[in-house]
Design a protein around this ligand. Sequence first.
Ligand SMILES: [Zn+2]
Length: 478
Amino acid sequence: MLRIYNTLTEKKEDFIPIHENKVGIYACGMTVYDKPHIGHARKEVAIDLIVSYLKYCGYEVNYVRNFTDVDDKIIARANERKIGFTELSEENIDAFYKAMDALGLQRPDVEPKATEHIAEIIGMIEKLIANGFAYPTNDGSVYFAVEKFKGYGKLSNRKIDELLAGTRFEPEAGKRNPLDFALWKSSKPDEPKWSSPWGEGRPGWHIECSAMSTKYLGETFDIHAGGRDLIFPHHENEIAQAECATGKPFVKYWVHNGFLTVEGEKMSKSLHNFITVDDALLQYHPEVLRYFMLSTHYRTPIDFSMASLKETEKKINYFYQTLKTLAQFASKAEKEPAVNAKAEEFIKEFRESMDDDFNSARVVAAFVGIFKHLNEVLVSKKTRPSPEECAGFAKVIKESGAVLGVLLKDPDTIMNEIREIQLKRYGIAKADIESLIEKRNAFRKEKNFESADKMRDELLAKGVSIQDTPNGTEWNFN
Ligand SMILES: [Zn+2]
């Protein structure tokens, strides 16, 4: 039985979808004023995992993720660069796709954009005014009247009185209460604008998600996801808007992923620790980045560092090396794959971990365990499982890997890709390494060990370690 931690009740709950065998999931997408950074990658990897596991459980999933393609930051950035806001948002949507495709993440079924849903947004605001939860101002803006909604604060566990006490009243024309938030903003000159019953303007940020999620998933749907930072005020406001417009509960399960820090600090441009997905992928293979993100449970904070990516890279290489060996033995199978007790135990652990609020960190630990076991048993004829059993191991690893989006590639291909990235990262050419190894081996043949060792030390200084094997000298980056 799948259990999901629900931010609304602050408990893990049995997952029972509203419609049998179907799941509607909405995830707040990116505000596209810049390129995606590794914090975005963390969130997208988490939601991809959730959607994949729901599909693995047999649910028919409708996955909706929006793009916020008009807002203050987008307008400001477009003005800075002297380009249109649409040009900027499209450029960043392309960058987003490029990064997320590189990570191998699935695309949602529906990807609504705010600017393409102005009619739905206006429709919802009209309902809110008609129901007495919103009011227009003289300047042509519309606000949500927070105090009218008794359920306000239920997601973030805040009370209206406490919120009021903590707010400084920043007077905005026609706003009645400091907590009220804009549903529609009258446009200033030179801002993007659409016509509305209240004059020309543009939607506030929060309303787009209520309008678009209910359009594609219904007035009440199963799962709403996003980063922890969105709980208040964004998701609190989404609930207020949707529930006051429809009179129905908005979302059954609220799911939030934890923060990402970089070496203990919040990521920010001013701290110069801002890492885009592109930056990370220049140095490490996408599967390394993805596996790194999955090594932590999605609700737990992740502390990112290049050093931990390096550790993950070693692990991924070791896994694929093992998979390559495993495939060689499995290729001798004459019958169907056989899942032995150890493989059965692994896949059981995988399902139990994922049923426990999508605990990919536990799955990652199970991977470490099964690969350790394989390396122990594959080395000798006496302990080696039969070819059919080897195929069984490959099968369960593939089955679980498919949910996490890892360990599915051809081992030689990915190990070569990783090596190419390493060569760039270490700033050394393959030919230079090979020539140093040749020289070293020539010295060794002449029994000139002193010079041979010098060559080896030179390689070590460049980050390359060598190993003499029956197949010749092999090298690896440290
Ligand atoms: Zn949203």
